[in-house]
Write a protein that binds this ligand. Structure first.
Ligand code: AMP
Ligand code: MG
Length: 337
């Protein structure tokens, strides 16, 4: 079975082809091609401009993905697209391309929840079985556990996501979004002088916007090196997330933790979570960095898992995008409790 996955929720337009051949039940990723919109320095992702970027690179990304996979459209069994959550104009580009190919070549069409894609590809690549999942990305900061046919949210941000905290602070410094990797580099260069920032955790939920406002105020005082402020942001936000994860581990008694999403590339975050897992005697898995951020493979693979279990696809007339599609509303038929 061959599936093309199209991802276009935010900054990245990506296509990937995955081949599924039983009995080896593991994603055989034939191609993974991406093109990421870079906003001008100091500004964020404007949905219309990102969508324009996606439309202009889509054909090249698609062609390259098929060439690398050494297939053509007629070989495909399934075509999957990221249907949400995400930025409306960006989602529509991916959906239009998926619908067009589906209708022209008569290929089954499958809409996939983007957050579910992060989780399911991470679970399969790390061979995780029954994990507590921490999803940290531009669009999500969530702690999830699988129960009774869906991924339940047992903790999340009450305001901005971890990715937004890093990106918005980076933009304040005049960097180009996404800024997480650059903030990590600056924090690493710091003299590790910790400056206290608001530490707000409510049960398993966190609020991160207070850190952003306080850090911006610190910049305006000109009293601290930028590197120390970046270091303090990371230490505060990551400690809050780690505390919430530890509580969730205690409550759920899971023996594995899986870290997924673009922010999982951060070494300090992994280090803190790893130490927490050691304290709880829990196995720590992290999605391989090359598949931590948004990509088409997560969409293709989740569609394969879904189709193999249900044989469900949708008619073009029923196809949709949903900017605020919650992952906990998706019925996950292929996974057992
Ligand atoms: P995603 O939405 O899953 O593609 O993740 C994108 C987010 O990951 C953006 O907010 C980036 O700033 C963030 N990110 C990427 N690399 C790093 C890193 N090394 N440290 C922290 N955040 C990162
Ligand atoms: Mg994402």
């Amino acid at each position: 079975m061959l599936c093309l996955g199209i991802e276009s929720t935010a900054h990245t337009f990506a296509c990937s082809v995955i081949k599924q051949s039983r009995p080896k039940f593991y994603p055989n990723i034939l191609s993974d091609v991406r093109d990421t919109f870079r906003a001008p320095e100091g500004s964020g992702i404007h949905p219309r401009e990102a969508a324009r970027h996606h439309a202009s690179v889509a054909i090249d990304v698609l062609k390259k993905s098929l060439e690398l996979s050494r297939i053509n459209f007629k070989d495909l069994d399934l075509i999957a697209y990221s249907a949400g959550p995400g930025l409306g104009p960006c989602l529509r580009i991916g959906a239009v391309i998926a619908r067009s190919i589906s209708s022209f070549y008569n290929i089954k069409l499958i809409p996939i929840n983007h957050a579910l894609g992060h989780i399911e590809l991470g679970m399969s690549l790390t061979k995780s079985k029954d994990s507590l999942v921490l999803l940290v990305s531009g669009g999500h900061t969530m702690i999830l556990v699988f129960n009774n046919s869906s991924w339940r949210v047992v903790g999340e941000t009450l305001d901005i996501t971890l990715g937004q905290l890093l990106d918005q602070f980076g933009r304040h410094l005049g960097l180009a979004s996404p800024c997480g990797a650059e903030i990590e580099r600056l924090a690493h260069k710091s003299s590790k002088n910790y400056i206290a920032l608001p530490y707000t955790i409510k049960g398993n939920d966190v609020t991160l916007s207070g850190i952003l406002s306080a850090a911006k105020r610190l910049i305006s005082t000109n009293r601290y090196p930028v590197e120390d402020i970046c270091y303090s942001i990371q230490q505060t936000a990551f400690a809050m997330i780690t505390e919430a994860v530890e509580r969730a581990l205690s409550a759920t008694e899971k023996k594995e933790l899986l870290l997924v999403g673009g922010v999982s590339a951060n070494k300090e975050l992994s280090h803190m979570l790893n130490l927490a897992c050691q304290r709880h005697k829990v196995k720590f898995n992290s999605c391989p960095i090359s598949f931590a951020g948004d990509n088409g493979a997560q969409i293709a693979w989740t569609a394969i898992l879904s189709y193999l279990k249900t044989r469900n696809s949708i008619d073009i007339s029923e196809s949709f995008v949903n900017q605020s599609w919650r992952v906990d509303s998706v019925n996950v038929t292929w996974r057992r409790n």
